[in-house]
Design a protein. Structure first.
Lengths: 112, 222
């Protein structure tokens, strides 16, 4: 399980990365983060929404309320072109940190 | 006896009371809570357990509120001022100052509002005038772009979640909303329709807002 601080710092690239696959809503974003991390990245779920709203304010994502087929009305978020560019920069920086650490430590899986 | 809908209402109220959380934010959190309850119930949890686990995963209202405040400190601050104003009804002049501030705040929040609501399906290019009857020091009309809303209920919800909730919640006041179409028919507040045009609401429709206390509409002080 990663620390609260790291979870907060990584929330932005995680959300943006998930939205590269298409629009999505809060609950589903959390499920996908959980699946992709094998349960290692767990957020206090309510904290996702201020993050989403901040990203929207920065123009990286956009939202609209929509009713999925037969389902309940949900607020869907999608990536904007600015968001895509921002993710590219984020990605370069995270890869840089990752490479540096793996060079120093040698490759390890995140659960070890 | 555990009642899921009551529990959800109580839970929503705790979030709605927070200065930094808007009505639309509470709606979004509620959708999440319900999704989570459904999934937990499908894994065999009884309703009460599913609710407790889902609410726990979302986090305590105060903690979530603090995160919302970080992204929107101005909004929380303005709401606090209104709580304070509304808690001193004896100082009528403060209420008057408060409503002038509401008018100013509403204007500054309209951009935000517009992003949060869905565009009207059958777009109608007009405006609805929100006219506040009681406690208003002169022409305190609010203009909301009608074509941003899908129903009268949404117009009211948007306005209430912005301005009126904090006033009403803090004192023993309520609000009465009256929307008349151009045929002189009163549209029920929570009615939904495919388009505002279908309900006979055309550009220039007037939505009157009055403050009610103990079920009585307070007199227009103009």
């Amino acid at each position: 399980m990663i620390s609260k601080e790291l979870a907060a710092a990584s929330s932005r690239p995680l959300v943006l990365s998930i939205l590269t696959r298409g629009e999505d809503y809060g609950y589903s974003i959390i499920q996908r983060v959980r699946e992709a991390s094998g349960g290692e990245v767990e957020w206090s779920e309510g904290m996702l929404y201020p993050v989403l709203h901040r990203l929207e304010r920065e123009g990286l994502i956009r939202s609209n309320w929509k009713q999925a087929d037969g389902g309940r009305r949900r607020k869907y978020y999608r990536l904007t072109p600015t968001g895509k560019r921002s993710l590219k920069v984020d990605r370069e920086q995270w890869v840089c940190v990752h490479k540096t650490l793996t060079r120093l430590w040698g490759a390890q899986s995140c659960s070890s | 006896m555990f009642e899921l809908e009551h529990a959800i209402e109580d839970w929503k109220r705790r979030f709605a009371q927070l200065d930094s959380v808007r009505g639309a934010d509470v709606d979004e959190l509620e959708v999440h809570l319900r999704d989570s309850i459904l999934e937990l119930a499908s894994k065999g949890l009884i309703e009460e357990e599913a609710f407790c686990v889902a609410a726990g995963r979302l986090g305590a209202a105060a903690a979530v509120g603090r995160e919302f405040e970080k992204i929107n400190p101005g909004y929380a601050w303005v709401r606090r001022v209104f709580h304070w104003l509304a808690s001193a009804p004896a100082f009528a002049f403060l209420n008057i100052i408060g409503f002038c501030a509401i008018a100013w705040m509403l204007e500054s929040q309209i951009d935000e509002l517009e992003r949060e609501v869905r565009p009207l399906r059958a777009a109608l290019d007009g405006q609805v005038v929100l006219e506040q009857r009681a406690f208003s020091p002169g022409p305190c009309n609010y203009l909301l772009p009608l074509n941003q809303y899908e129903s009268f209920g949404e117009v009211v919800d948007a306005f209430e979640s912005l301005v009126m909730n904090q006033y009403v919640a803090a004192g023993s006041y309520g609000t009465k909303w009256v929307l008349e179409n151009q045929r002189g028919e009163v549209i029920p507040p929570k009615s939904r329709f495919a388009s505002l045009g279908d309900a006979g609401i055309l550009p220039g429709a007037v939505l009157r807002v009055a403050i009610v206390k103990d079920g009585r509409v307070l007199p227009d002080d103009r």
